[in-house]
Write a protein that binds this ligand. Structure first.
Ligand code: G4P
Ligand code: NA
Ligand code: NA
Length: 194
């Protein structure tokens, strides 16, 4: 998606350890117009599919997820990383190991919000090693929900996440695909000279 790639070129900052900082529009300050356009693109890509629910993970997945849900008029369910004091009911849980933070989180959703009747589109902001998305896939499987596919704003294609998802036969659509940060520049898949 050219609009997103241009915005990453303009405002993205390449940090050490292959991390892209996009605090200008996604991970701290949020550009709602851009997020809405991401939502429209996910909806276009998954046109013709039955989707009853968007599933994401807090915090940064919520912005693109909620725009997608808004356009489709379906609820947006975000997995929580901390157990909420108001979540007393039964939970679906998954272990998510973060390579960047070197911590294992248990993520969970209330069982009453996900069932075998749901047709789920998973949305997240970043795809790196894919552990967060894998946790959401595990939760959908546990709930016996139908997984329509995964939509990612920014995929770091040189890491293992995309392969991990696709080798399970799950459809993956990423709006910007980064092939490398060589020379501290952002190079996208399909660019010349990358
Ligand atoms: P993984 O889920 O794909 O395995 O990623 P990993 O554990 O490596 O990443 C942990 C967190 O860092 C996730 O956010 C993920 O979205 C984010 N992340 C991964 N690579 C990048 C990157 O290059 N740039 C930025 N800005 N974020 C990246 P999180 O901890 O769940 O935090 P949040 O959603 O509350 O922001
Ligand atoms: Na993040
Ligand atoms: Na995220």
């Amino acid at each position: 998606m050219k609009l997103l790639e241009d915005r990453i070129r303009e405002d993205g900052l390449v940090l050490p350890d292959n991390v892209l900082k996009v605090n200008q529009f996604l991970n701290h300050q949020i550009d709602p117009d851009l997020m809405y356009k991401l939502g429209e693109e996910f909806v276009r890509l998954y046109q013709g599919e039955k989707i009853t629910k968007i599933v994401t993970i807090e915090a940064s997945g919520i912005a693109p997820a909620i725009m997608t849900g808004l356009i489709l008029h379906v609820p947006v369910l975000f997995a929580r990383k901390q157990k909420s004091s108001t979540m007393n009911s039964k939970l679906y849980t998954a272990e998510v190991y973060s390579y960047t933070k070197k911590v294992k989180n248990t993520v969970s959703v209330d069982q009453k919000f996900l069932s075998k009747d749901d047709h789920v589109l998973i949305i997240d902001d970043f795809l790196a090693n894919g552990q967060a998305v894998q946790g959401l896939i595990d939760i959908c499987n546990e709930a016996q929900a139908e997984l329509v596919g995964v939509g990612i704003a920014i995929e770091k294609s040189f890491q293992d996440g995309a392969k991990l998802i696709k080798e399970q036969g799950v459809r993956l659509e990423s709006l910007a695909r980064i092939s490398s940060f060589a020379g501290n520049q952002v190079h996208f898949v399909g660019d010349e000279n990358n």
